[in-house]
Ligand binder design. Structure first.
Ligand SMILES: Nc1nc2c(ncn2[C@@H]2O[C@H](COP(=O)(O)OP(=O)(O)O)[C@@H](O)[C@H]2O)c(=O)[nH]1
Ligand SMILES: [Mg+2]
Length: 372
């Protein structure tokens, strides 16, 4: 702790060394190695410090704990899991809202508008993002912080850039754990934004109470870009950018959406999927969207669906965790790694059928397990 403090402080030393500013040379060290070095240097605090400070709502402790959750180092993971276990009984009370939509639909702008609306009402809001593709972009939500100008300086809001590495499964697990920590720190509303495309919707859907789809009106082909599956996952739809000369088009898009939804069966929640228009820029109907969300969550809390849904999500998280652990153990086994290359080339050249190849690898793996 002290060490970090020291590192960040600006010192005015009396020194004979004269520092001349110049152009940065090329990076000499493998950036990945540097990252590890940095992680290793992070001084760990005792478990109680993290837990007590998080429960008091200390943002520094919260951020440090999330960094541990995101770290790949075993000793960080070990401590992170203990912090999560201690925070778990204090979690679960927040409303968890997932937000999805194609890039450019206005998700970030919407989060800024709705987020400020909620903070003004006294809510404490945490904004997280799932972006498995962010390895190269360093977390698009970082860039999005510029779209969240007010929210990023709002004391009642906590914005956390997405974890920057790993598979979708890994990133999803980290986000779920981050939700637990944020709830323990007193955040009563959690937004999870999907930044990636494709599979990340399913991941976010599996960890929220309400899944909001943000659409925009296009040139009459509103629904083309949206897969039916995502429409079906949505608990509510907001057609954004209903402002200026776009209002009519937005209304038409909303009507088309409602028509399309009529063809779907009533969702398991027992609640119809509602559609509304809004504008994240002018603030039009932002309160309506929130009403749609909170009414829905109130209703499913009352009819018992919320409890069942969260229980099912917990079971799913357990299954996903085992799934990825088993896969990792298999694919990271050195014998399997070598054999896989050989079998792959046999299958490719039709010397072996896909089924026989898979069986050969699995048999080898299981016999290795027995020998252990
Ligand atoms: N006219 C209008 N533009 C909007 C609205 N919401 C977002 N935008 C603009 O749409 C662009 C993409 O917004 P952004 O929030 O970054 O979308 P995201 O990629 O879904 O996060 C930006 O230029 C925003 O200013 C809206 O309600 N009305
Ligand atoms: Mg965005």
């Amino acid at each position: 702790m002290e060490y970090e403090h020291f590192e960040n402080e600006e010192h005015e030393w009396e020194s004979n060394l004269k520092v001349t500013e110049g152009v940065d040379g090329p990076i000499q060290v493998n950036p990945k190695a540097l990252e590890r070095l940095k992680q290793n240097r992070q001084q760990l605090m005792p478990l109680e410090w993290y837990v007590d400070s998080i429960l008091k709502g200390d943002r520094v402790a919260l951020s440090k704990a999330i960094t541990l959750v995101e770290s790949a180092l075993p000793k960080h993971q070990e401590l992170a899991q203990k912090i999560i276990a201690a925070c778990l009984p204090h979690s679960g009370k927040a409303l968890r809202l997932g937000i999805t939509g194609v890039p450019g639909a206005g998700k970030s702008t919407f989060i800024e508008a709705l987020g400020m609306h909620l903070c003004k009402q006294g809510h404490k809001l945490a904004v997280l993002a799932i972006d498995p593709s962010s390895q190269r972009s360093k977390g698009s939500i970082m860039g999005d912080k510029t779209r969240m100008e007010q929210l990023s300086v709002e004391p009642n809001a906590y914005i956390r850039p997405s974890a920057t590495a790993g598979t979708l499964g890994g990133v999803a697990r980290k986000t779920r754990e981050t939700i637990i920590l944020c709830e323990a720190a007193g955040y009563d509303t959690i937004f999870v934004e999907t930044v990636g495309v494709g599979q990340s919707e399913t991941a976010v859907h599996s960890m929220v109470d309400f899944f909001l789809l943000i659409l925009i009106s296009g040139a009459g082909d509103e629904l083309q870009g949206i897969k039916r599956g995502i429409m079906e996952m949505a608990d509510g739809i907001a057609v954004n950018k209903a402002d200026g000369d776009n209002v009519l088009r937005a209304n038409r898009a909303a009507a088309e959406c409602r028509n399309a939804l009529h063809l779907f069966p009533l969702p398991e929640s027992g609640q119809e999927t509602k559609v509304t228009t809004c504008s994240a820029i002018t603030g039009f109907n932002i309160d309506e969207v929130w009403k749609m969300v909170s009414d829905h969550v109130d209703a499913i809390r009352e009819n018992g669906y919320l409890e069942r849904k969260r229980a099912q999500q917990d079971v799913q998280m357990m299954l996903d965790t085992m799934d990825s652990a088993l896969k990792n153990d298999f694919y990271q086994n050195p014998v399997i790694e070598d054999l896989l290359l050989l079998v792959e080339s046999d299958v490719r050249s039709k010397r072996m059928s896909a089924y026989v190849g898979a069986q050969k690898l699995l048999d080898t793996y299981f016999s290795l397990l027995k020998k252990e």
